[in-house]
Design a binder for this molecule. Sequence first.
Ligand code: TRP
Ligand code: ZN
Length: 508
Amino acid sequence: MRARFLLTSLGGLAAMAAVALILPAAGQADFVKGSPGLGDPYFPNAGNGGYDVGRYYLRLHYKPNVNRLRAVANIHARAIKNLSRFDLDFRHLRISRLTVNGKKARIKRRGQELKITPRHGLRKGKKFTVRVRYRGHPRPVTDPDGAKDGWIPTDDGAFVASEPQGAPSWFPCNDYPTDKARYRIRVTVPKGKVAVANGTLVKRVVHKRRKTFVWDENSPMATYLATVTTGKFGVEQSRANGIPSYVAIDPREAMGAAEALSKMPAMLRLQERSFGAYPFGTTGAAVDHAPSVGYALETQTRPIYDTVPSQATVAHELAHQWFGDSVSLKRWRQIWLNEGFATWAEWQWQEHDGGVSVKKRFNDLYRSHGAGDTNFWNPPPGDPGGAEHLFDLTIYVRGGMALEALRQEVGAPTFMRILRDWLRDHAYGNAGIKQFIELAEADSGQDLDHFFQEWLYKRGKPRNWGNSALREDHVAVTRAHGPPSAKPSGGGAIGQLRLSPPAGWLAP
Ligand code: TRP
Ligand code: ZN
């Protein structure tokens, strides 16, 4: 910056003198330490600075009866600074050998930080490989909200669900959603068990007493979406709405699981028509018997369920493949971009399936929760207020309501266009709430500042929706009682249905 200023503001000899002064300093290899975190206010140590991972090759051997993991991680990365040292995120497990570009490196561990000093500095722009050999008894991470994530042992294997910070409980990584990478996961388990990971099952090798599963995920994936859920599973490979599907089910859950899982093709059809093409090459599910977990997770391509899921939950996790997995947040406090959207998609499926309409659900919720019901309205979904509130019910329910309110505010066709533009513009990348608001304003031509303030950021019950709630059959068309920012806009809710999902749930 300063050099540029000198060059442009001074002339002739003076500029050359400035260059002469500056070049030697820049030419010297200044090697620096990569940062131990990426500045997330909720998880300051999550992720690391100075490099970017391109691919993880994970080779895991797991013995469920003693919960023992033996593994090698090969991490292919590129330095984005001249690095004398860098960190990986990694917890608990014992490292027996670590090399960088084939040479043994010095390591130090502090909490989740694995500090690595390679024999030679890593030059900016250059690729490098970290190989970590490790073993031990993996255990979950306890989140600020008290939930467990990461490697969660079950009675016959492990349920591996790493949102928001569990990935380092089973592999060394740059644990942040902005550093997406491709994965090859090779996992060996005792015969009779199945290990389910992300993407395509490219190979299965049967040994005498063990079995190896090789999984490939070739679309960029955030660390928290990786899994190797293991157990005694029945497996079914098929197609769902044309997408290759791999479904693994714990026999104890098989009876109950069939109902919701059989709807997957229809859910994918609805969601592809609504959100655009399914973003990945494979789909499916793993339905485990892990009653202690208490949640399902949208692991990329293959959601995992701790027990028999409802249809709503399956629709929710499938919608996350677009909202969260393909388009991922930049900061954990933007979790509304995941949960609000997946919740709205749940409601959309239920309406499509003949249940209550999204609009009626919105109106019922709005009506039945007064301003005094602060637990229902707080924290506001755009600002959870702390890591312990990331998965509070308001992020989901008020978050889904915010989207339905937006649909009423801008009209259904514009709303669907906003969703599709969002997913197209940021596919396989990251984006934040501000960008969503800007896009909504650009697509609608409306000033939505006040609207989003009310629905996403202000504590308490959003005002001015009372009258709309009473006129549930007309709100989307007239928008007569929207908040002050509401402007009449062209294109009623009924027009332009061609690109859109079934008129049944779009029409007011
Ligand atoms: N993202 C998951 C879902 O809604 C839920 C989830 C993941 C979760 N990790 C969690 C909930 C930790 C509570 C605690 O599908
Ligand atoms: Zn969710």
